[in-house]
Write a protein that binds this ligand. Structure first.
Ligand code: NDP
Ligand SMILES: CC(C)=CCC[C@@H](C)[C@H]1CC[C@H]2C3=C(CC[C@]12C)[C@@]1(C)CCC(=O)C[C@@H]1CC3
Length: 334
């Protein structure tokens, strides 16, 4: 197969909505779903094929929190495809999240209420853990695993005559002050999610610097606040259902309450239609929804320093060298 579109984490949430939307736009795309739960992935493939019987959908097992799994998946993908047009880096976790209700209530009565409700600044903390690779789980899952995958797939992504696009799912919760170059895995703090998403923004900027000349382009999107398993891990789903009328009202004050996975995937779908050369490396593309439910994309400058992005990129390369040298086990599919 010459060209394909590889999407990570597709059987629920924004990833699944993205796959459905891409097939609606062009049923001829070759879709490869990279997921860690093959049972759910097989059911997802069946659902996609039921709606688009002539579509070409394949599956590959991938756990982005395991280097062994990433290397195996990358070699499998290289056997199947010669080129990837798009790689959607969408897998993400926000584990053991605690909401600071005191800050939420006082924030609602401050001048910063809209900013707080769209970025979650000051509202959330997480308890992170360490993976079997010895890395912080949120860092490895949300960023580093994807980074290693990209590096392994370079031969399928870097072709000057046929550009490829990396599309990362970042967040409005990405925050510079949560990230530190000295502790880029965020092993000491309690805002691992914000840190990992800011690290995503930095990595994308640096990847553009290093790979544009080889025909590889990277962009970050923000899907807005979307009701998915990730948000149901923060507050129970019945609570979100009770909040729904409040959230429709909040839409009059901020366009970031996209709420459905379909709306949240707007910026990813929009990016597929753009010429990658025309995109700005320092811009984040936000899925937005108006009070009446209309979807559109807004471009916003990221709070990213290119020199920090480069220093972070060098640290990622160093870490890559270390972890790959530690991996001595023979690779086999899970
Ligand atoms: N929902 C929201 O409001 C927002 C979400 N985002 C981002 O959007 C992306 C998609 O999340 P969303 O759709 O909301 O939530 P979901 O929980 O529905 O989707 C996350 C997906 O990531 C997969 N995943 C998690 N860990 C791994 C892993 N180790 N290896 C492979 N796949 C993995 C999950 O698979 P599994 O089911 O097996 O766990 C799941 O399919 C994430 O990056 C998230 O950070 C950004 C901004 C807002
Ligand atoms: C009235 C109301 C909407 C109450 C909910 C309060 C909070 C639980 C939410 C307010 C802003 C939300 C938010 C997220 C999670 C839930 C909130 C903190 C995200 C962090 C979810 C994942 C992201 O990547 C960005 C979101 C930003 C906004």
């Amino acid at each position: 197969v010459d060209s394909a579109l590889l999407s990570l984490a597709c059987y629920s949430g924004i990833g699944f909505a993205l796959c459905k939307r891409l097939l609606q736009e062009d049923a001829g795309v070759q879709l490869c779903l990279a997921c860690r739960n093959m049972q759910k992935a097989t059911a997802t493939k069946a659902m996609l094929l039921a709606a688009h019987p002539s579509a070409q959908v394949s599956l590959v097992h991938l756990d982005v929190s395991s280097l062994e799994s990433i290397l195996w998946a990358a070699s499998e993908i290289q056997h199947r495809f010669q080129h990837l047009d798009y790689l959607f880096l969408n897998a993400g976790i926000m584990p053991n999240t605690h909401v600071n209700f005191k800050a939420l209530i006082s924030g609602l009565f401050s001048g910063e209420a809209v900013h707080m409700l769209s970025t979650a600044e000051g509202l959330l903390t997480q308890e992170d853990s360490v993976t079997s690779d010895g890395l912080q789980e949120v860092f490895e899952t949300n960023l580093f695993g994807h980074f290693i995958l990209i590096r392994q797939l370079e031969p399928l992504l870097c072709r000057l005559e046929k550009p490829s696009q990396l599309i990362w799912t970042s967040s409005s919760n990405a925050r510079k002050s949560a990230f530190s170059l000295m502790d880029y895995q965020h092993s000491k703090g309690k805002e691992s999610y914000s840190s990992s998403k800011y690290a995503t923004d930095l990595a994308s900027v640096a990847l553009n610097k290093h790979f544009n000349k080889q025909g590889l382009y990277s962009s970050v999107v923000c899907p807005g606040l979307v009701m998915t398993n990730l948000t149901y891990g923060i507050l129970p789903s019945f609570f979100w259902k009770l909040l729904m009328p409040v959230m429709w009202i909040i839409r009059f004050f901020t366009n970031t309450y996209t709420l459905t996975p379909y709306n949240g995937a707007e910026a990813q779908v929009w990016l597929v239609r753009q010429k990658p050369e025309s995109l700005d490396a320092l811009t984040k593309y936000h899925s937005c929804t108006s009070p009446l439910g209309g979807n559109y994309v807004e471009s916003r400058k990221m709070d990213v320093d290119e020199e920090i992005a480069e220093r972070f990129y060098q640290k990622l390369l160093e870490l890559e060298k270390q972890v790959l040298a530690r991996l001595t086990v023979p690779l086999s599919p899970k």
